[in-house]
Design a protein around this ligand. Structure first.
Ligand SMILES: NC(=O)C1=CN([C@@H]2O[C@H](COP(=O)(O)OP(=O)(O)OC[C@H]3O[C@@H](n4cnc5c(N)ncnc54)[C@H](O)[C@@H]3O)[C@@H](O)[C@H]2O)C=CC1
Ligand SMILES: O=C(CO)COP(=O)(O)O
Length: 320
């Protein structure tokens, strides 16, 4: 086997693999052998990305060693909970492109964890990128960020296609955390939708959510221009307003008193809200929307309580 390794055969891994196969061979790794066999035989990922045919240059394997042999780098596209174990199983001289939009178990960045584990070529990939649209080849743009500019450009070359415009950045923290935070804001946007609070409320939520993202990201060293780029504002808009978003749909379900599960597909914002709320409490940061989402998703506040607490905060200038 040869080609670009894409590790994780959910919706996003499959869409990235289909896109990269326009440039050359791709090896898609699925954790479960029976699932890998089904994908290889049916040439479609009916469970996570229905309606998208797997092209001929895309091979599927459940053997991790086979998937990465002789490859300079791999895309890591499993949900954030699975990233630590997968990284631990990879050789440290492999470049890793972290594509999950979630946090490490300690609430820190997955890119920081990768470096702690001994990886030296680390990049993050994030942007307004619904798998359902990229899998179909609809036009989209994304960002690959790495401290190592040469590595970012290699990843850019592997993923840039007529359907996907890939920009580079050296602001790893900004690009990574934009995608993490916007998921929580999308859950909040779903709560607004499910409660039928209207367009003004949704717009206020998105705008104040962006302000909250800006406070958190810049406190952690991100550049403000990154917050207003594709991986920040771009992905916030894409997710908070999308019929595809599982995070938005989970918020909507909670507001209606239903279970937030999305048919076995990962909803990163639910886990992230709790981790970020704990981080904010421990470090004296004010993240009111994150706090409301964490309390509502844990069932400690009703969705109505969450809205009331946000509306009743102290009066202040817009810039604060
Ligand atoms: N779906 C999308 O449009 C996009 C998703 N992402 C991010 O990509 C990451 C993966 O999401 P999706 O592919 O959408 O998820 P998904 O819910 O479509 O599929 C998850 C896949 O990961 C596998 N998996 C679950 N736990 C695992 C583990 N511990 N080790 C290995 N494999 C495991 C599942 O079997 C499944 O194949 C998430 O962090 C998500 O936020 C980022 C951009 C777009
Ligand atoms: O990250 C995404 C789009 O950029 C996908 O969002 P959801 O996980 O909410 O579906």
């Amino acid at each position: 086997m040869n080609g670009l390794p894409v590790l994780g055969a959910g919706g996003w891994g499959t869409a990235l693999a289909v896109n990269a196969a326009r440039n050359g061979p791709v090896r898609l790794w699925a954790r479960r052998a029976d699932f890998a066999r089904t994908l290889a035989e049916q040439r479609v990922n009916a469970a996570y990305l229905p309606g998208v045919t797997l092209p001929a240059g895309l091979e599927v394997t459940a053997h991790l060693g086979e998937a990465i042999t002789d490859a300079p780098f791999a895309l890591v596209v499993v949900p954030s909970v699975g990233v630590p174990d997968l990284l631990a199983a990879l050789p440290r001289d492999l470049g890793v492109v972290l594509c999950a939009k979630g946090l490490a178990p300690d609430g820190g960045q997955l890119s920081v964890l990768a470096r702690q584990l001994g990886f030296t070529r680390v990049a993050v990939l994030s942007g307004p990128n619904h798998a359902e649209e990229i899998g179909r080849g609809l036009p989209a743009a994304t960002v690959v960020a790495s401290r190592d500019g040469g590595f970012a450009r290699s990843v850019q070359a592997a993923l840039m296609t007529p359907g996907l415009r890939v920009y580079t950045s050296d602001d790893e923290t900004g690009v990574e955390l934009g995608g993490v935070l916007k998921n929580v804001m999308a859950v909040a946007a779903g709560l607004v939708d499910g409660l039928n609070l209207g367009d003004n409320a949704k717009s206020a939520l998105i705008t104040r959510g962006l302000r909250e993202m800006n406070r958190y990201l810049t406190a952690l060293g991100a550049r403000e221009e990154t917050v207003y780029g594709l991986s920040g504002l771009g992905d916030l808009v894409a997710t908070a307003t999308s019929r595809h978003s599982r995070n938005r749909a989970a918020g909507e379900a909670i507001a209606r008193g239903e279970h937030p599960g999305q048919g076995g597909k990962v909803v990163e914002g639910l886990r992230t809200a709790g981790l970020l709320d704990a981080w904010a409490a421990a470090h004296g940061h004010d993240l009111p929307i994150v706090r409301a989402v964490a309390h509502v998703t844990r069932g400690e506040w009703t969705p109505g309580d969450g809205v009331a607490r946000l509306m009743e905060r102290e009066a202040k200038p817009e810039q604060h």
